[in-house]
Design a binder for this molecule. Structure first.
Ligand code: C2E
Ligand code: MG
Ligand code: MG
Length: 950
């Protein structure tokens, strides 16, 4: 072997040895090594046993192959020899040559067989002597057969036969010896085999003993190196596991056991540290728990299996009726009589139970018992009085809610977030024709719909629910309205709830629908006359205008109609008659029209007509004439014969425009003109009317800013006591000094201010100004202020008067308010109340322009006026022949008898003055005494008039 290969081999061995040594440091390595050694011992022992068995087998082979075979062939050779002898004898004796030849052949065969048998016997023999004897036997036979041939068959002498037999005997002798020797060899071999077996048995016993000893040594090593340290470690581990943390962990070596023991020591220390930490934690938890238990608002009692109180916090002690310091270890039964103890003692079994009880002071307690591991129990007592009260309240609210739901006029359904039916009311079932028993909470809307489908006759109700389902599917709130039966229309409103579900209400809106339908009809008809109303009139105008514009229609006329003095009829004969008149007027108007024309009532006594297909002014004039003629005939109403005239304004399309608004406005302007011209007239629209209107509008707008701009001023006209020509009062008359228009007459702007409503602001200014000026005059002279009917439409006039008096300091009796009968025309009840209030303030009230109205006399009855101002038209006509003088006389007489002062307006001449004096009129006003003058001139006037009188 070369040196390099040898050192490589040594290295390999070293590595293996190191691995083994390292292995012996670990438990696994040691156990592996021990088992390796035991396996090697077992393998050696087994190998040795197999070797012994193989040797014994070989002996058996040899016994058979050699000894027995050798004996057998020796015996076969003996038998061949005997047969050969017999055959030789027969051949020598055979006379027939043929027979002899046959026997000779036989002899050859036997000789060959004999030799072969001998050869095998010698070959298998175990000894040389047998081999030698076999060779000798062969030689003897060879010699015998040679002798036979030598003597030939002719020599049949005894000698020959003896010589031949002697040769044969030699051969037999050798054969016998051969048989004996082979038998002896077999025996000798058996002896040898036995000796071998005996030796092997001995060696096996020795080997087994050796194996046992070696195994014992290995086990001992195993015990010392592994089992004992394992047992020690296991004992230590068990003790640690049992909580014996003071156990000493033996010192280990540098091997794996050492590491294991070291780890166990660390583990023990860690466990000890953890336990200490846990104990500390537990202690703190226990103290926290104890604090919690003590501080708990719930009463907590722990009772041991013997029924003694182990622990009870202050609350529990109080509930049990014990002193907290003396509660421990007292039997629970001692607290009998308290609601808590009685309830706990009455609880059956030992399991977890909860009961409620009412304490002596009326509070409700909920007592829960839970068993402890020791066989006692823990009881927790909570004051649930508030909860109970809330529950009761909830029950009450629920029953109220139920009542509300049951009595609701609307059907109601509430579904949860999963789409299950939560709440529904009786009305819902009634409405959809459902039996309340068929509905279940949790049903989906689809299921409810299916139920409705099976119970309702037609599918309308089902359809409603399916529409609702579609709404739901889209996830939107909404409302639907549809008929569910012939006599029932349902309005459904559906919206989501905060909880993710949704709520639906079903309202029977049949009546509302019918009412709405009626309203729609009414909205197009005038309720009183049954004529078309303003809206329909507007639509018809628009249609006609549109047809005209697109060339499909002809021109048309718009007529605005107004009844003359209708208001007076209404006021004198009462509203029912007025209504009857309007109905009759409507019929009469209708009778004058063609089917293609339309008459509408626009409001009050205003009517309008669209006359279709008007080609010329003549058509419209003809209709206007016809209408006015028709109104010549009086109306018979409830026994009253009433005559009213008709004024008509006409605009023509396209001549005066095509827009409905323009045409109506133009006809209205024309009506205004017709009325101004004289009652019972008609008038066509003219462009100047529009101009007038525009002027009016401009004035209206100027009027609105006039007070603010200080454009108004007051002049005062004295009212003189006719007997002594002394100024009794001065009437405040308003003047508007317009920056561009100059002085504008009150007759021009007051009606406009009344129409636009600015008269209220103006009137208040007049009151304030008149009072403040009058306050500067000599005592005894009063001031008369004209108050418009519009100012009486609200109670502001009272406030305005009071403010004016207060601000000026003028005594109330020096203020006189002049009103015209139009004030009393409006709303006599409210107006009279206002007048009475003013009178109570001390203010005087005069009726202005007496005699120009329709029923001035009747107003004298309704209110105690302080003064009547006879209209200047009567004074003007005094000199003429007529009724003026008589009227003045009767008014003066009437005033005297009623105790009312009479004042004549518009005295311009001495003659008029004289006549009025003669008639007994007390006061007079007119240019004869003075024109209206500024306030500052009044003082001067007082003395002038006084001098004149003197
Ligand atoms: P009225 O209250 O009947 O006032 C008398 C009117 O007759 C005054 O006209 C006055 O200047 C005029 N007048 C007085 N004496 C004579 C006379 O001898 N001959 C003629 N021809 N006329 C005479 P005025 O100032 O133009 O007022 C007209 C109307 O305007 C007043 O009639 C009154 O109804 C109204 N008015 C005037 N000022 C006010 C006011 O401050 N408030 C209200 N609401 N209406 C006022
Ligand atoms: Mg007046
Ligand atoms: Mg007057």
């Amino acid at each position: 072997m070369n040196p390099s290969r040898r050192s490589a081999g040594i290295l390999r061995w070293r590595v293996a040895l190191d691995a083994v040594l390292r292995g012996t440091r670990t438990i696994r390595g040691r156990i592996f090594l021990a088992f390796l050694m035991l396996s090697a011992i077992t393998a050696g022992l087994g190998g040795y046993a197999a070797l012994g068995i193989m040797t014994t087998g070989e002996l058996v082979d040899k016994t058979y192959d050699r000894s027995l075979m050798s004996i057998n062939y020796a015996r076969a050779a003996a038998s061949d020899l005997a047969a050969l002898q017999a055959t030789v004898a027969r051949a020598r004796l055979a006379g027939d040559a043929e027979e002899r030849r046959t026997l000779e052949t036989r002899i050859e065969q036997l000789t060959q067989s004999f030799e072969e048998d001998l050869e095998i016997a010698a070959d298998r023999a175990q000894s040389e002597r047998a081999t030698r004897e076999a060779a000798a036997a062969k030689d003897a036979v060879t010699h015998w057969l040679a002798a036979r041939r030598e003597f030939g068959p002719d020599r049949q002498t005894v000698d020959v036969w003896q010589a031949l037999d002697a040769h044969a005997a030699v051969a037999e002798q050798h054969i016998d010896l051969l048989i004996n020797f082979t038998a002896g060899d077999g025996f000798a071999y058996r002896q040898t085999a036995r000796a071998v077996v005996a030796r092997d048995v001995r060696l096996s016993v020795f080997a087994t003993a050796l194996a046992i000893i070696l195994s014992g040594i290995v086990s001992l090593l195993l015990l010392r190196q592994i089992m004992r340290p394992v047992a020690d470690a296991s004992t230590v581990a068990s003790r640690i596991a049992a909580g014996e943390l003071s156990v000493t962990v033996p010192e280990g070596g540098a091997d794996e056991f050492g590491a294991l023991l070291q780890a166990m020591a660390v583990m023990r220390d860690n466990i000890a540290a953890m336990m200490q930490a846990e104990v500390a934690q537990r202690r703190s938890a226990q103290s926290l728990l104890a604090d919690a238990v003590q501080g708990s608002i719930e009463g907590i009692v722990v009772v041991d299996p013997q029924g003694r109180i182990v622990l009870a916090n202050e609350r529990a002690a109080a509930l049990l009726g014990f002193d907290p310091a003396e509660t421990g270890h007292r039997p629970l039964s001692e607290a009998r009589g308290s609601a808590v103890a009685d309830t706990l003692l009455a609880m059956p079994g030992s399991g977890t139970l909860t009961a409620e009880a009412q304490s002596a002071d009326g509070r409700w307690l909920r007592i829960s018992r839970s068993p402890t591991r020791e066989g006692g129990f823990v009881a927790v007592c909570s004051d649930v009085s508030l909860l109970k009260e809330q529950e009761d309240q909830l029950k009450r609210s629920n029953s109220q809610l139920d009542a509300a739901l049951s009595n609701m006029l609307q059907g109601l359904c509430l579904y949860d977030a999963a789409g299950g039916l939560l709440v529904y009311n009786r009305r819902f079932c009634d409405m959809l024709g459902l039996d309340a028993g068929e509905l279940r909470t949790g049903m989906s809307l689809r299921e409810v719909a299916r139920l409705v489908e099976t119970t309702s006759n037609d599918g309308s109700a089902f359809g409603l629910l399916m529409e609702q389902q579609a709404l739901l599917h889209r996830g939107v709130s909404g409302s639907l309205c549809c008929p569910i039966r012939k006599d029932c229309i349902v309005s459904l409103k559906q919206q989501p709830t905060a909880e993710g579900g949704w709520i639906a209400t079903y309202e029977d809106v049949t009546q509302r629908y019918e009412a709405e339908a009626r309203i729609i009809t009414m909205a197009r008809r005038d309720a009183l006359t049954g004529l078309a109303n303003r809206m329909v009139f507007g639509e018809r105008l628009e249609e006609a205008a549109a047809r005209l514009e697109d060339g499909s229609g002809a021109g048309f006329a718009t007529l605005c109609l107004d009844l003359d003095r209708f208001k007076e009829v209404n006021d004198t004969l009462g509203h029912p008659v007025g209504d009857g008149l309007l109905r009759s007027v409507a019929e009469r108007l209708q009778s004058c029209l063609r089917e293609t024309d339309l008459v509408a009532r626009l409001g009050g006594d205003e009517f309008a007509i669209v006359q279709a297909g008007t080609h010329a002014r003549q058509d419209a004039s003809a209709l206007a004439k016809r209408l006015i003629a028709a109104f010549q005939q009086p109306f018979l109403l409830d026994g009253h014969t009433v005559t009213v005239g008709l004024s008509i304004g006409i605009s023509l399309a396209p001549e005066h425009g095509t827009s409905p608004e323009k045409l109506l406005k133009s006809a209205d302007l024309a009506l205004y003109r017709a009325k101004a011209t004289g009652r019972g007239c008609w008038s066509f629209f003219e462009e100047e009317m529009d101009l007038e209107l525009r002027k009016r509008r401009a004035m209206e707008s100027d009027l609105r800013t006039a007070v603010g701009n200080g454009e108004f001023e007051l002049v005062f006209q004295p009212i003189v006591k006719l007997d002594r020509q002394r100024i009794a009062t001065c009437e405040a008359l308003l003047r508007w000094r317009h920056p561009e228009r100059g002085y504008v007459s009150p007759a021009e702007f007051i009606p406009l201010a009344e129409e636009t409503g600015s008269i209220c602001e103006i009137g208040e200014w007049v009151l304030r100004k008149a009072c403040s000026e009058a306050a500067k005059w000599p005592g005894g002279i009063g001031v008369a202020v004209n108050v418009s009917a519009v100012q009486f439409k609200n109670a502001a006039v009272v406030r305005a008067v009071m403010e004016a008096l207060t601000a000026s300091g003028l005594p109330a009796h020096r203020l006189e308010l002049e009103i015209t009968e139009s004030v009393l025309l409006n709303d006599s009840v409210t107006t009279l109340a206002t007048l009475h209030t003013l009178k109570r303030l001390g203010v005087r009230v005069a009726m202005d322009d007496f005699g120009t109205g329709f029923s001035s006399l009747s107003y004298l009855q309704s209110f105690p006026f302080d003064k009547i101002k006879i209209d200047q038209s009567f004074v003007r006509n005094l000199g003429e022949t007529g009724n003026a003088r008589l009227i003045v006389r009767s008014v003066v007489g009437l005033g005297r008898s009623l105790g009312i002062t009479t004042t004549a307006e518009g005295i311009e001449t001495e003659a008029q003055l004289e006549q009025l004096r003669l008639e007994g009129c007390e006061e007079g006003q007119g240019y004869l005494f003075s024109r209206p003058v500024p306030s500052a001139t009044i003082r001067e006037l007082v003395s002038t008039l006084g001098r004149n009188a003197a």
